[in-house]
Write a protein that binds this ligand. Structure first.
Ligand SMILES: NC(=O)c1ccc[n+]([C@@H]2O[C@H](COP(=O)([O-])OP(=O)(O)OC[C@H]3O[C@@H](n4cnc5c(N)ncnc54)[C@H](OP(=O)(O)O)[C@@H]3O)[C@@H](O)[C@H]2O)c1
Length: 327
């Protein structure tokens, strides 16, 4: 009988961390071999506490899905928190993992690591080629530092200690556990909430910001979690064959984008809103297109499985069960 690794999922109550937890259990990983700790039990910005936790638990593998996360407004309003907290969380976890013999760790970044005007679709080698989007630059710099932490530990301790720390950069995610805050949520949960409220209040019309023409990519969070397990369990030979020591991160996307108009109409259909939808073209649109190039991950044998309509239906079910009453 094979011995199961002890796995620590950092941020297991968040949207991605909880999906990774579900995925581990769904793939048959025993619950008793999974370690979790809530934010109130363990503040990952506290270096001494993180070291004590690793020393007591001695996990074999780490999924680092804990982070200070937020939309444009939060990033622009609290830049100090976004850079400081993320730098601290990842530095503490990655270094404590190394000190306690963890050989496998997966760090989660974000598509905002790429330059503001990166060629589309965005390839991994666009990293550090031009300036970033100013609104979330502090957050992006922290995420880039996370990639470089993993790479630096690999380069310095790969041979001597078997360190093999990997990074994945997800596109826009949605699904169960999303943040439905009225002012501080991403586009999918914001639309779900607005169309739900419009349906309940029998509003005749919903107005959406912008022209509806920008294109974006959306990935269902359980697909993201499946990709995380896939990358974590790849053989070192395969991973090395498709990455470089100083360009080691892997994009995770579904490979195609849709217009905000298509997204809006699909959400309205899934929610059951039958009124009119207006696009307010006086409001800003943002970048015309943002799509990840997921060729690297596809070549490593992973493809997204959950289509938008199905994923949105599951997200709406989660909203109805866990968020609608509080909205
Ligand atoms: N959501 C997306 O669309 C998206 C897209 C691309 C990349 N990502 C990446 O995926 C990762 C996870 O994102 P998510 O959407 O799952 O975020 P999330 O739902 O906000 O979850 C983050 C988790 O981290 C925990 N956490 C934050 N600060 C902590 C601290 N100091 N100590 C301990 N725990 C702490 C949070 O706990 P509390 O809630 O108790 O603070 C929460 O459980 C992030 O690295 C993010 O950049 C997400």
């Amino acid at each position: 009988m094979s011995v199961q690794p002890k796995i620590y999922v950092a941020g297991h109550r968040g949207m991605v961390g909880s999906a990774i937890l579900r995925q581990l259990l769904a793939q048959g990983h025993p619950a008793e071999c999974i370690v979790t700790c809530t934010h109130s039990e363990l503040d990952l910005t506290d270096q001494a506490a993180v070291r004590a936790f690793f020393s007591a638990e001695k996990p074999d593998q780490v999924y680092l899905a804990a982070a200070k996360v937020g939309g444009i407004y939060a990033n622009d309003t609290y830049p100090a928190e976004f850079i400081y907290l993320n730098l601290m969380i990842q530095a503490n976890v990655i270094d404590a993992a190394f000190r306690n013999g963890v050989q496998k760790l997966l760090f989660l970044g974000s598509s905002c690591i790429y330059p503001k005007l990166a060629p589309q679709p965005m390839r991994e080698d666009a990293l550090l080629t031009a300036i970033l989007e100013p609104t979330n630059e502090p957050y992006a710099i922290a995420k880039i530092a996370g990639i470089k932490l993993c790479e630096s530990y690999n380069r310095q301790y790969g041979e001597s200690h078997g360190v093999d720390y990997r990074s994945v950069m997800p596109t826009n995610l949605y699904g169960p556990g999303d943040n439905y805050h009225p002012e501080n949520s991403h586009v999918v949960p914001a639309l779900i909430r607005r169309f739900h409220e419009a349906k309940v209040n029998q509003a005749p019309n919903v107005t959406v910001w912008g022209t509806g023409t920008p294109k974006r990519e959306f990935l269902y969070v359980d697909d993201m979690a499946a990709a995380c397990l896939h990358v974590m369990t790849l053989s070192q030979a395969s991973y090395r064959q498709h990455t470089q020591p100083m360009l080691s991160h892997i994009n995770v996307g579904c490979g195609n984008d849709i217009t905000i108009r298509e997204l809006t109409e699909t959400v309205a259909r899934v929610v059951g809103f039958e009124g009119d939808i207006t696009f307010d073209s006086a409001k800003p649109d943002g970048t015309p297109r943002k799509l990840m190039d997921s060729t690297r991950l596809n070549a490593l044998g992973w493809h997204a499985e959950v289509g938008l309509q199905v994923g949105l239906a599951k997200a709406y079910e989660d909203f109805l069960n866990n968020h609608a009453a509080r909205s």
